[in-house]
Design a protein around this ligand. Structure first.
Ligand SMILES: Nc1ncnc2c1ncn2[C@@H]1O[C@H](COP(=O)(O)OP(=O)(O)OP(=O)(O)O)[C@@H](O)[C@H]1O
Ligand SMILES: [Mg+2]
Length: 374
């Protein structure tokens, strides 16, 4: 019994705007949701804060979320933000696990432009494949600079948590997706090449997966924070006022709607149009970077087209962003609902709240799922 408690673990997603926590219970081969919480780190931009103030805000918010009734736990699996990591998908000749372990450090040097004493790295075998009549392994290689991971570990230490593993945002999203992919494929649903796009506050991660396995990850340094800054400038507001205005009134105008624009717009319509104009350059930049990732995948990595986008992250709540991406990229865009294969007791959870905020939880859920692994 005490052992059981010790095995409790929380998937903790430490973002630049919010902190999310997910706790699951594994019952045979399925999972039940025990807790799902989101806390804002601050209503102001953390960028403009003194480093010490920011650090203590993070520490307090992490401590607070881990004390929430349904979360209450000291063991966490967390993630480094993608832009602080180097992720490579490499192919190697087929070999045993033991050989791979010995080989990887030498091979890693070819792919990572930093010396071994500057980084920590880890790897994971993704698939076995055959190419030119040779059996090969596709391996995911992740490296982080010491100067990045050390302050992160110090921050976690200061909160008193017990860190069981540190993952990467994009990999966690793909883990969560793989769970639903494998169940879908068992029921005969179509095997898609999908792009998992998570639009957060500071970062958009694009992960392209085929049959539930990732083959490309790209981080784009654009997110909701940039939109808020544009709105702040346009309306001359404080950061928190601009955040509110964005959440209430940001709407992306899509081509099919432009024809329907009223000839006598209301004050709210005018506000939305001004917001849209202010965020358009950033939005287009984001779109172009996504296009570039798709182009790279389609021309270089796999020569297969991305068939569908699954969208997550807080900024995917901007009204019409799904329709905008779908129109501009010419493929369907769906919300990446992370709880598809998770049992949720309707008596314990407010399902409307979970549905409305589901896009925040993909990373934390992917992290919590690692509990079942070796
Ligand atoms: N209703 C909404 N409309 C528009 N934007 C929203 C809405 N709700 C939240 N956001 C934006 O979502 C962002 C937060 O999303 P999320 O929690 O996924 O980011 P994060 O994980 O903290 O950031 P990152 O991963 O980039 O470090 C903020 O920029 C916030 O303004
Ligand atoms: Mg995030």
């Amino acid at each position: 019994m005490f052992g059981l408690f010790e095995q409790d673990v929380v998937g903790l997603d430490i973002g630049s705007s919010t902190i999310k926590a997910i706790k699951l219970k594994k019952i045979k081969d399925s999972y039940e949701l025990v807790g799902a919480e989101i806390l804002n780190i601050s209503s102001e931009s953390i960028d403009e804060m003194d480093a010490e103030v920011r650090q203590s805000l993070y520490i307090n918010t992490i401590k607070k979320i881990l004390k929430q009734k349904n979360i209450a736990c000291k063991n966490v699996i967390t993630a480094l933000p993608g832009d602080s990591t180097i992720i490579r998908y490499i192919k190697m000749p087929y070999m045993s696990q033991e050989e791979l372990k010995n080989m990887i450090p030498y091979d890693a040097e070819q792919y990572i432009p930093l010396s071994r004493d500057q980084i920590v790295f880890d790897y994971q075998v993704l698939t076995e494949l055959e190419e030119e009549n040779q059996k090969k392994l596709e391996v995911l290689l992740v490296a982080v600079k010491n100067e990045t991971i050390n302050p992160f570990v110090d921050l976690l230490k200061a909160t008193g948590v017990n860190v069981l593993a540190i993952d990467v945002d994009s990999i966690a999203i793909c883990n969560a997706y793989s769970l639903s992919y494998s169940e879908e494929s068992e029921t005969g649903a179509k095997a898609d090449t999908v792009a998992l796009i998570n639009i957060g506050a500071k970062l958009t991660t694009v992960t392209i997966a085929e049959k539930g396995i990732a083959h490309l990850t790209r981080d784009i340094n654009i997110g909701g924070h940039n939109f808020t800054k544009e709105i702040q400038r346009e309306f001359n507001l404080s950061y928190s006022q601009a955040e509110e205005l964005k959440k209430q009134h940001a709407v992306i105008m899509v081509e099919s709607d432009e024809l329907l624009l009223s000839t006598s717009p209301s004050a709210d319509d005018e506000k939305s149009a001004r917001i849209f104009e202010a965020i358009t350059p950033t939005l287009n930049k984001l779109l172009n970077d996504i296009k570039r990732s798709f182009g790279y995948y389609e021309n270089t990595v796999k020569r297969k087209s991305v068939q569908k986008i699954l969208l997550s992250g807080g900024s995917s709540k901007i009204k019409n962003i799904d329709r905008f991406l779908s129109e501009r990229l010419g493929i369907p865009v769906e919300i990446n609902y992370p709880f598809k294969n998770i049992n949720i007791n309707a008596k314990k959870f407010d399902l409307d709240y979970l549905r409305a905020n589901a896009v925040f939880f993909n990373v934390a859920l992917g992290l919590a799922l690692r509990r079942g692994e070796k």
